[in-house]
Design a protein around this ligand. Sequence first.
Ligand SMILES: Cc1ncc(COP(=O)(O)O)c(C=O)c1O
Length: 396
Amino acid sequence: MSAAVPFTIPSLSGEVSDAVVKVLDSGWITTGPQTAAFEQEFADHLGAAHVVAVASCTTALELCLRALELPPGSAVLTPSLTFCGAINAILHAGHRPVLVDIDEDTLVPSPETVAAAAARVKAVAGGRGGASPHNDGPAAMIVQNQGGYPVDVAALTEAAGLDRTRVIEDAAHGPGAARGGKPVGSESFAACFSFYATKNMPIGEGGAIATSDEGLQEKVRAMRLHGMSKDSWKRYLPGGSWRYDVKQVGLKANMTDVQAAIGRAQLAALPEWQRRRAEIVAAYDEAFRDLPGLTLPQRHLDGIQHAWHLYQVRVPDRDAISAELEAAGVSTSVHFIPANQMTSYRDILGADECARVPVTDRVGEELLSLPLYPGLTSDGRDRVIAALTEALRARS
Ligand SMILES: Cc1ncc(COP(=O)(O)O)c(C=O)c1O
């Protein structure tokens, strides 16, 4: 029997080792010239005005929320079908997550589900006689590119009744995705990327904020390092001064030059990796076209370039099928266990709020993510196809 197929293997460019050694030998290993160069190169790659490199996508989301300076306890819309880090970012910023249901065809919120959640916020505010800190509607919203699907940010922003400067994109799955020919993050008020080990462009850990807004860029740049007006690289440059101010309390969320050097090497390899992902997706699509019991989310839509971060399918009897695939040597995952089903969020948000996302609950039971990464061999891909086909045919 051939080797097992892991759910994911991080893609690493052949240039990474040399790049890291050069930084280690350079005499400067934390945020500095490599980070500045990575920011410029990632901005050029996206076509974005500004990029600020940070420690993770989770901290990127929290920094952007804090930079909005909303009243404490503000209502922030978020899909419930998301990663816990995105919910934690809202809570750590001192706000209240308001859960938005998904459209079952795309697995992301629709204008209708966003409008319903915004109306719920308004109804609560009205019931409190206007005492709510968020007045009558939501104060902000996080939208998310589930699996690499580029959401229609403008339509969701309008449905929420928000200004674009109150909408933050969780683009953890976004590198490689575009809508209407515009890459995710190219024109965003704030798009937060992840370079976590499993992502399309892995650094191991890391994140970035892409923004078209000069003011936001300045704020999050200071806030990623405690809020200091000058980082130590600038202070210790010849002619630099030890003096600095803290104008707005920030986080310790800077990217190091070691991470940035890895990112620069990885960025050069990204287009080829995206091509390989698309090839695997085409093979899966072809093999699964008429498979009984399988539902594929909508992804091949006009004007949409998917990032192919995840290959998510919907199957009945998901837990058993996942176990059967594991026994056949094929590892799978689930994106995501809905936030409304997690103990801590149920405690914080209450059972009533957590019952507001019925489609998420239903579809969440069926979601299964298959192995999809540039290093997946043709043999591995064929084993995934054979194992899932067998599991579903046995049930038809
Ligand atoms: C949708 C989504 N948002 C946010 C994150 C958090 O990213 P990071 O690990 O860089 O903080 C992840 C990571 O898995 C994610 O999948």
